[in-house]
Design a protein around this ligand. Structure first.
Ligand code: 13P
Length: 257
């Protein structure tokens, strides 16, 4: 089965409304790049969702970096899946390692968020990945397996193929260091095997699995050349419009329209 490649930018806590607008206008001048056969998404802070909704090129979707799993209520500072969907959001990053490590998100919370995002008709981007110590102990496969199984525990096998999984080794995030593409490809292939075991062959062949961690326009091509890697979740390098356009060009090369 051919899976559409996906380039997702995670802006983290960067860019004001004015800066977001300037980014959208800049990539809009190269809008033809996004017409080829891949999917593109930009995940800004909540405050910049609206301006991007009205300024991004039509083929670049809107994403969010977080969501709360409850539908509404006394949860000061939180935003529900329905609110995001209404704001035009199509993808939601769930369980990013910064949220797991800095804000104490557990596998159980991540699972509830994945379910809420699907329920609201959006696509979760479930992040998994080992930290440096886990890698040094040889636990990489074990960790991504646990996070994948737990994150998708509440997802019906019939819908599991809609989910996007992002393999982001924690030690590679923002560090300029990456695993080799072959190494990342091996871990991603393992995640696909876990999907097959848990959700069946159909879901495993449909689910898109991204690599994330110090991706740039220069190294992206080598990662997506791996058979099981369907795209990238990019932090720092996604902030620059020229860089984003260059990565879009790389990811569409060889992709079917
Ligand atoms: P960098 O691309 O800045 O390493 O960040 C990766 C990431 O965390 C994307 O979610």
């Amino acid at each position: 089965m051919t899976r559409r490649r996906l380039l997702a930018g995670n802006w983290k806590m960067n860019k004001t409304v004015a800066e977001a607008r300037a980014f959208a206008e800049a990539i809009g001048r190269r809008a033809e790049v996004f017409e080829a056969g891949a999917d593109f998404v930009v995940c800004p802070p909540f405050t910049a969702l609206h301006v991007l909704r009205v300024t991004l090129p039509a083929r670049v979707a809107l994403g969010a970096q977080n969501v709360h799993f409850e539908e509404r209520g006394a949860f000061t500072g939180e935003v529900s899946a329905e609110m995001l969907a209404e704001a035009g959001v199509r993808y939601v990053i769930v369980g990013h390692s910064e949220r797991r490590h800095l804000f104490g998100e557990t596998d159980a919370v991540v699972e509830k968020k994945v379910t809420a995002v699907l329920h609201a008709g959006m696509t979760p981007i479930l992040c998994v990945g080992e930290d440096l110590r886990e890698r040094q102990l040889g636990h990489t496969e074990r960790v991504v397996e646990r996070q994948t199984k737990a994150g998708l525990a509440g997802v019906d096998p019939g819908r599991a193929g809609e989910v996007v999984v992002a393999y982001e080794p924690v030690w590679a995030i923002g560090s300029g260091q990456t695993p080799t593409p072959e190494d990342a490809g091996r871990v991603v292939a393992h995640i696909r095997r876990v999907m097959e075991r848990e959700k069946g062959a159909e879901a495993a062949s449909r689910v898109r699995i991204l690599y994330g961690g110090s991706v740039t326009a220069d190294n992206l091509g080598a990662f997506v050349a791996e058979a099981d890697i369907d795209g990238a979740l990019v932090g720092g390098a996604s902030l620059n419009p020229d860089g984003f356009v260059r990565m879009a060009e790389v990811i569409t090369k060889g992709a079917s329209a």
